[in-house]
Structure formats: structure tokens, C-alpha cells
Design a protein around this ligand. Structure first.
Ligand code: HAM
Length: 420
């Protein structure tokens, strides 16, 4: 019988590389936790309607990429393709917005599913860490989120990323622009599918990667010229706050995100070492989403950073994360009596909060010492029958190579002292 493989477009995280993913999740969430964001977790699936209404009926995500299923009970569900609609749904359901403490600031970390054509950096199962600030319209909130993402990436040692920034206008000015753009696009020489897109989601046409399309778009009306005064002032304030914080960004008029809920501020973090899947993260303001899914008016802003692509970006830049060895002490028993004695020491160390591991399976000295080396432990404890007869264990400093006999009863205390 042939063995099973991970489904197409997915991959497993295994040690040692998996440690990088944990470190990335930790680094992205740390600035959020320090800035008043509380942790939220929602189910891996939702009613399909939530995403259809929230993310948008005209998006690729909803029309082509959702994993949908009908349960035996007849419920129409979808594996979550993104986090924002779910988090807002959960916040509304728990009435977090009514506790009198706006914005409701939440962060999350989890798996998301999109039925996309797999390629390097694009998977059908991927992982995001995200943040949403719900219920407040304030340019400082938009700036805060961008600054925190920048801080997270810098703390990881990433340098070759850029921040693209745009404003998509609001419900006053965007419809006017949309119509002007449609009028312009309808006169161009475009294929059938693109013509359909003009009617459903004309801004997406600006995002078309094909050169012959881009050539025709040179004189397309620009959203910037249509922004109302309120949107303009809002955007200028976001830009000024970022500049004051020393966060560099590039104005990118062509930045149209692949989800329909955005208004005003939109941004993307791109990394130049990743080829075509260069967006490591993205987000923006979504002032109308709450009403779209049946809630009250709650202007909000958020982002999600892709963990998979962030790890790829680190690898592309050759950044070695400073991952401390997870094991401090490795115990190598030689014989049954030593096994009992050292197992007890390991248990004592662990209870004292010292990371310790043990050579299981009665292995010989050579093999066990190899494992000790591989574990990265600073100290090994070795004991055989003769040591135990003398009431000692051999404590070896793996850095200096120096070995000393320590009374068995004092081994844990001695290690605790040496490890500070
Ligand atoms: P998004 O731009 O669709 O936004 O996804 C955010 C990030 O998730 C991307 O920049 C990318 O790093 C990662 N990602 C997306 N799809 C894939 C994939 N197929 N394979 C690997 N990584 C992927 C959102 O999801 C919005 N919910 C962000 C947001 C939060 N907006 C407001 N609040």
C-alpha cells in the first residue's frame, strides 16, 4: 500500500523549521498584545453567507476559492478564507461593541483555506496572524496598526519589505469614481471576462497584470482626483502620523485589495524576495462591513500578515532567527538503576522550570551523546553503575567540555544554580 501525502497545496510543519513559524507568530502578536489587543479565536468554518456578504459576491475568494460544504443537517458552511468577517461576527454576537470601550481591539492567529492554484508562497491551507480594531474612526488607529506591523517585521530582522498605501474613498466619493471608471473602461478593447468585471468590480480591472491591459489604463481616471474632502483629510492624517513615526511607505494608487469590504485606508506589505506572491500582509479600513453583515454602523480597521510568506521572506533575506535551544539539560543514563535515578532528576528539573530531556530507550553512550549534542543542551548529566555506587552523576558542560562529579542529590540544585 502506498503511503499518504499531504493534500495538494498544503504542507506539514515539522521540526526544526516549525520553530520559525512559532517565532513568527510570537513576533507578530507581541506588539499587538502590548498595545491593548485582546486574543480572539473563532471557528474554522462559518455559514457561507457570512463570507458571501462580507468578503463580497464579486471577489475571487467567494466565487472561486471557498471550500464550501453542506452538513448532514443541511447547513451551508465554508472553511474560513479569511479572518475579518468572522472576527466582526463574533464581536457583534458577544456584544463587545456595547461594553462602552471602543475601539474593540482584537488579535488572532490561525489557519485559513482558499482553493487557489498552488505555487511557491500560495497554498490552499495557510496561516495568518491578524488584528482588528472595531468601532472607531480615527486616523491614529489606522496608523497604529501599520506601525505595529512594521515593528513586528523589524523585530524579526526583516528589512526588504515595503509598505504600499492607498485610500479607496468612502460611500460618498467611491460610487462617483466607480461610475467614471466604468465609463472609461467600457470603451477599451478587453476580453469578455474583463468586460464582466467592469460591471461587477471595476476597480479590480486596474489590478490586471497583463501588459496589453495596463497599456490601455494609462489615462484611466484616478481615484485620488475623486476623493471627497473628508477622505482626503483622513488620508493625509494617516500619512502624517506614519511619517512622524518614521515608518516609510509608498503611495500606490493601483493598490486595490482582493476583498470588497475596504473603504478609505488600504495597505499592503510586500517583500521583494518572494517573486509573484510578494504580498506578505495586507489590510485596511472597512467602515461598512458591520452593516453588510447585519450589525450597526461600526467603522473599523485591521490587517492580517501571512505567516507562511513571512517565513519565506525571512529565508529569502537569509535572516537567521535567534532561536534559543529548547533543552538546557540532557540526561544520559547507563543502565536500569541510572535510568530511574536520572529520570527522577529530569522530573525535578522540569518542575523547577528547567527545560530537560532524557535519552529514552536504553541507548548506548555514543548514540545518546549524539542526541545530547543535537538537542543543543548546555549541560548533560551522565550516570552509570559506578557513579551511582559513589552517589554521584557526571555533569558535563557542553560548551567548555569540562566534566565534574556532582552528588546525585544535589544535581538539580547545582544545575539550577549554573543556569541562573
Ligand atoms: P489578504 O490580503 O487576503 O487579507 O491576506 C493577508 C495575507 O495572508 C496575505 O498578504 C498573504 O501573506 C496571506 N495569504 C493570503 N492567501 C494566501 C495563500 N493562498 N497562501 C499563503 N498565504 C496567503 C485578508 O485576509 C484580510 N482579512 C486582511 C484584513 C484584516 N483586512 C482587514 N482586516
Amino acid at each position: 500500500m502506498s503511503t499518504f501525502q499531504a493534500p495538494k497545496g498544503t504542507y506539514d510543519l515539522t521540526p526544526p523549521r516549525s520553530a520559525k513559524f512559532l517565532a513568527v507568530r510570537e513576533a507578530i502578536s507581541a506588539p499587538l498584545r502590548d498595545s491593548g489587543y485582546g486574543y480572539i479565536e473563532t471557528p474554522g468554518f462559518e455559514n457561507v453567507e457570512l463570507f458571501a456578504r462580507g468578503v463580497g459576491e464579486s471577489t475571487d475568494i467567494v466565487t472561486k476559492e471557498m471550500y464550501t460544504l453542506t452538513t448532514k443537517g443541511g447547513d451551508q458552511l465554508a472553511l474560513r478564507p479569511e479572518g475579518t468577517a468572522s472576527v466582526l461576527r463574533a464581536a457583534l454576537e458577544a456584544n463587545l461593541h456595547k461594553l462602552g470601550n471602543l475601539p474593540v481591539k482584537l488579535w488572532y492567529s490561525g489557519s485559513y483555506y482558499r482553493y487557489e492554484r498552488p505555487q511557491a508562497g500560495r497554498y490552499r491551507h495557510f496561516s495568518q496572524v491578524g488584528a482588528e480594531a472595531i468601532g472607531t474612526e480615527d486616523p491614529a488607529l489606522d496608523a497604529e496598526l501599520i506601525i505595529l506591523a512594521d515593528q513586528a517585521y523589524r523585530s524579526l530582522g526583516l528589512r526588504q519589505f515595503r509598505i504600499l498605501l492607498n485610500s479607496l474613498g468612502d460611500k460618498e466619493c467611491r460610487p462617483v469614481y466607480r461610475e467614471a471608471l466604468q465609463t472609461f473602461l467600457r470603451d477599451l478593447d478587453l476580453d469578455e471576462e474583463t468586460r464582466r468585471r467592469i460591471e461587477i468590480n471595476p476597480l479590480r480591472v486596474l489590478d490586471d497584470k497583463r501588459a496589453d491591459v495596463q497599456k490601455q489604463l494609462t489615462d484611466a481616471p484616478k481615484l485620488r482626483d475623486y476623493l471627497c474632502d473628508a477622505c482626503k483629510a483622513y488620508h493625509e492624517e494617516v500619512r502624517a502620523l506614519l511619517t512622524a513615526a518614521g515608518v516609510a511607505f509608498e503611495d500606490d494608487e493601483k493598490l486595490v485589495r482582493g476583498l470588497d469590504y475596504y473603504t478609505r485606508t488600504t495597505f499592503e506589505f510586500v517583500h521583494d524576495g518572494l517573486g509573484s506572491q510578494s504580498a506578505v500582509g495586507g489590510g485596511g479600513r472597512y467602515d461598512g462591513l458591520s452593516e453588510m453583515i447585519g450589525g450597526p454602523e461600526l467603522p473599523s480597521v485591521g490587517w492580517a500578515l501571512g505567516v507562511d510568506r513571512t517565513v519565506l521572506a525571512l529565508e529569502a533575506e537569509g535572516v537567521e532567527l535567534d532561536l534559543p535551544a529548547t533543552t538546557s539539560v540532557y540526561a544520559v543514563p547507563l543502565g536500569d538503576e541510572a535510568r530511574r535515578a536520572l529520570f527522577a532528576v529530569v522530573t525535578e528539573l522540569r518542575r523547577a522550570g528547567i527545560a530537560a530531556d532524557f535519552a529514552f530507550g536504553g541507548r548506548g553512550l555514543k548514540g545518546a551523546m549524539k542526541s545530547a549534542n543535537r538537542s543543543g543542551a548546555r549541560y548533560t548529566l551522565v550516570a552509570g553503575e559506578r557513579d551511582l555506587a559513589e552517589g554521584v552523576v557526571q555533569l558535563k558542560d557542553m560548551e567548555s567540555g569540562e566534566q565534574t562529579a556532582v552528588p546525585l542529590a544535589e544535581a538539580a540544585a547545582e544545575l539550577a544554580k549554573r543556569l541562573g
